[in-house]
Write a protein that binds this ligand. Structure first.
Ligand SMILES: NC(=O)c1ccc[n+]([C@@H]2O[C@H](COP(=O)([O-])OP(=O)(O)OC[C@H]3O[C@@H](n4cnc5c(N)ncnc54)[C@H](OP(=O)(O)O)[C@@H]3O)[C@@H](O)[C@H]2O)c1
Length: 244
């Protein structure tokens, strides 16, 4: 195997790029949404491919031998495109998708299908909105935490930050802003889970946006399993890491 394409934008994608054994060329792909993204080890390309035809052309031009889609669980368009493009070119394709979060003892979660529906459920309550820059205008009051400033006007206070976060920090933020309800996507993973523990400690309800449907493709939940798949596809043994 010569070239592995990792579709990224997540901590798992960065970990995978750093842990692929030395040998194959590893290219990590970012959409280019964030002004100064955390960069993975090794080669990085930035920007959309131009839909399925663009990705098909890229896979052929770069002679990509395997694709791991380690994008965020809510980035469903790039995943659908990657599934279609790899099928067309005949390139092995794996989805690396961390498991979603589960409600714990004493939690009060309401599941919804979109951020707009979450805003309707929240109503006039002061919300801590952690679903990204989109649809912030739908919320009446509270605080939004985003990586880059929102492009649309919003009635919410805006905190610019990115994880990982601590439970103490999340409790402090929610108290400072008089938060009455937490709004989150079911992103899963440890990096942003502290807000859920904080909401539990403060006895606050949580509105959780459901994930889009899982892709119809081989899927693993951990970087270790993605590495094992790559080793099987590429016919290599575990060895020294690629970088980082
Ligand atoms: N959605 C979230 O909540 C979220 C949260 C954290 C991180 N992210 C990361 O942010 C990026 C964009 O997410 P999204 O939800 O906007 O994606 P999306 O809706 O699934 O994709 C929209 C378009 O953006 C381009 N794109 C997306 N991810 C790409 C990648 N890794 N490399 C190259 N092009 C990519 C593709 O453009 P073309 O059709 O032109 O190829 C795709 O059709 C992803 O890398 C994702 O992992 C997303």
């Amino acid at each position: 195997m010569r070239t592995v394409l990792v579709l990224g934008g997540t901590g798992e994608a960065r970990e995978l790029a750093a842990r692929v054994p030395a040998g194959p060329r590893v290219v990590s792909s970012l959409a280019g949404r964030v002004a100064s993204p955390r960069l993975p080890a090794g080669e990085v390309r930035v920007g959309g491919f131009g839909g399925v035809p663009g990705l098909v052309a890229y896979l052929r031009a770069e002679r990509v031998d395997a694709v791991v889609d380690a994008t965020h669980p809510f980035a469903d368009r790039i995943t659908a495109n990657a599934l279609a493009a790899t099928a067309e070119v005949g390139v092995p394709f794996l989805v690396l998708r961390r498991p979603g979060w589960a409600e714990g003892e004493g939690d009060r979660w309401t599941w919804v299908d979109s951020v707009a529906e979450a805003a309707a459920v929240v109503g006039a309550r002061r919300a801590f909105v952690t679903t990204g820059r989109q649809a912030l205008g739908a919320f009446a009051c509270g605080v939004a935490r985003v990586v880059d400033p929102p492009e649309e006007p919003t009635a919410l206070d805006v905190v610019l930050d990115r994880g990982p976060y601590t439970v103490a920090g999340e409790v402090g933020l929610m108290r400072r802003h008089g938060v009455e309800v937490l709004v989150t996507k079911d992103s899963g993973g440890a990096m942003t889970a502290a807000k859920l523990v904080a909401a539990r400690r403060l006895g606050l309800p949580v509105v959780v946006v459901r994930r889009p449907p899982a892709p119809d493709a081989p899927t693993v939940p951990t970087v270790d399993e993605a590495l094992a798949w790559l080793a099987a596809v590429g016919g290599w043994d575990a060895g020294p890491a690629h970088g980082g």
